[in-house]
Design a protein around this ligand. Structure first.
Ligand code: CA
Length: 508
């Protein structure tokens, strides 16, 4: 979507109170006002346990509708509440992307016996036992759903491998053997072959599995009136399967159905190869950019800001990059912990929200806070979202002559009167400034820092240039607030304009 902003509407530590869908509904109008045009919602399918975030996928067809795994609702609420929330979001033209977990299943109803071989967890292509019969949790009957929507039940032959608790502690990985049984070859090559991630690994080469998952994709898109999907853990799933799944779900009726894939690897050639393999049918999260932000945030002044976009997806394939700062996996305490340091977050958000390229994704945890801790970034994020709507239009020019400064000018466009901005980021330990040219058509204007971190104003010279200051380890975003409504005038500016009265008003 042109100039859209996605919000990841959950974080890892949300309470298990079944209230997220209700909160989302209540929030729809506010999200719209903020400029959010799409929400990525967590996996809505029944998980192995109620408190699970949804990635321990048990029954794809149970969206919080059947008494299974101890309750009807999921961690986030019931199916009826979800449909209600989506209806409300659609009233505000906010698109909804469901998080879709197709790599594995967890929480089987019964154990089965099947032939398998143990593999080396560090090299899954290496067998470390002879084939033998083992017992594992692979039978999924969904007794609470009783065949509603789909009569399909899952058995060991629908999976490639499984993890089994080791009585001595830890888990062992077994590859299920048999005719045409092996790991998918078109997955990430890490650990020899990264098909297996957790639980019972779905065999995406099996014709019955392909048919069932495609059928589910159609069903869930229609049932929930979805506008798109976020595909979980695709580095562990056959790219051939993913490509055909996307084509099946995004059919002639819904050619604009949106996909973004989570390929968690900070390696640009891998991401580019993946895009090619699926014929650019999906966007990908810009994981390398996230890691650049993370590194910049831990290196302080030593980091050369000219490297921020090195080897990033948004630089190489801007129309397929979803840019983000943090998410539920990178947040503190999560599986892929790499949270961007607090001081750098405003700078990172300014980059993803105010630059031209990339589809930015705002993280719930950064806006609302994590667990019971309120976010300290909320007001700044509101300001940046507003700056994106009002000022971040038109062509852009970057200024990167100094290792500690990143300058950006957006020249504005005729569709958005008064648009255009100058942004300056600094990781220097001292206050700095930079001359940038915002265009001769802005000559004579008085610009202010809408973030409020620099007080006072800057006068644009006849040739369109001006010297813009920025505080140490901070950012400033300069624009002409008069053209964009009063809401952007800083308090200090308003106070300056209130002229002292000549005479006190006489008391009556
Ligand atoms: Ca897999």
């Amino acid at each position: 979507m042109k100039n859209g902003v996605m919000m990841q509407y959950f974080e890892w530590n949300l309470p298990n109170d079944g209230r997220l869908w209700k909160k989302l509904k209540e929030d729809a109008a506010t999200l719209h006002r903020l400029g959010i045009t799409a929400v990525w919602i967590p996996p809505a399918c029944k998980a192995a346990e109620q408190q699970n975030q949804g990635y321990a996928a048990y029954d794809l067809f149970d969206l919080g509708e059947f008494e299974q795994k101890g309750s009807v609702r999921t961690k986030y609420g019931t199916k009826a509440e979800l449909i209600d929330a989506i209806g409300e979001l659609h009233k505000y033209q906010i698109s909804v992307y469901l998080d879709v977990v197709l790599n594995h299943k967890i929480g089987a109803d019964r154990k089965e016996k099947f032939a398998a071989v143990e593999v080396d967890p560090e090299n899954r292509m290496a067998d470390i036992s002879v084939p033998s019969e083992i017992a594992g949790w692979t039978q999924f009957d969904f007794p609470g759903r009783k065949g509603m929507y789909s009569p399909f039940t899952w058995h060991s032959h629908h999976f490639t491998g499984i993890e089994v608790e080791d009585p001595a502690g830890g888990k062992r990985i077994y590859r299920i053997t048999g005719e045409n049984k092996h790991w998918s070859q078109d997955v990430d090559p890490e650990k020899g072959n990264f098909d297996f991630l957790m639980g019972a690994d779905i065999d995406h080469k099996h014709p019955e599995v392909i048919a069932e998952l495609n059928c589910w994709g159609h069903w869930v898109a229609k049932e929930l009136h979805l506008d798109g999907m976020r595909l979980d853990a695709i580095k562990h799933i056959s790219s051939t399967f993913v490509h055909q799944f996307i084509d099946q779900v995004r059919n002639d009726e819904t050619p604009n159905f949106y996909f973004v894939g989570e390929y968690w690897k900070a390696d640009l050639p891998t991401l580019e190869n993946y895009l090619k393999a699926v014929d650019y049918s999906t966007d990908l999260f810009d994981v390398p950019l996230h890691y650049n932000f993370h590194e910049a945030s831990t290196s302080g002044e030593e980091y050369d800001l000219r490297d921020l976009y090195a080897n990033t997806l948004v630089a190489s394939s801007p129309s397929h990059a979803v840019t983000f700062v943090d998410n539920h996996d990178s947040q503190q305490g999560s599986s892929l912990e790499s949270e961007v340091g607090r001081w750098f977050k405003p700078l990172a958000y300014a980059l993803i929200l105010l630059r031209k390229d990339g589809y930015p994704c705002l993280f719930y945890g950064d806006y609302y806070g994590i667990g019971h801790q309120e976010s300290s970034q909320k007001n700044l994020l509101k300001t940046l979202l507003k700056a994106r709507r009002k000022f971040a239009h038109g062509e852009e020019k970057t200024y990167q002559s100094h290792p500690n400064l990143f300058g950006l000018v957006r020249f504005g466009d005729s569709e958005h009167p008064g648009s255009g901005l100058a942004m300056l980021l600094s990781n220097s330990d001292t206050n700095m400034s930079l001359v940038m040219n915002v265009g001769v058509q802005k000559a004579g204007q008085t610009w202010i820092d809408v973030t409020g971190s620099v007080k006072g104003s800057v006068q644009i010279e006849k040739d369109g240039s001006a010297e813009f200051p920025v505080p140490a380890r901070s950012l400033s975003v300069w624009a002409n607030p008069r053209k964009a409504g009063k809401s952007f005038i800083c308090l200090s500016e308003i106070l300056k304009r209130i002229k002292p009265r000549a005479k006190p008003i006489a008391k009556r």
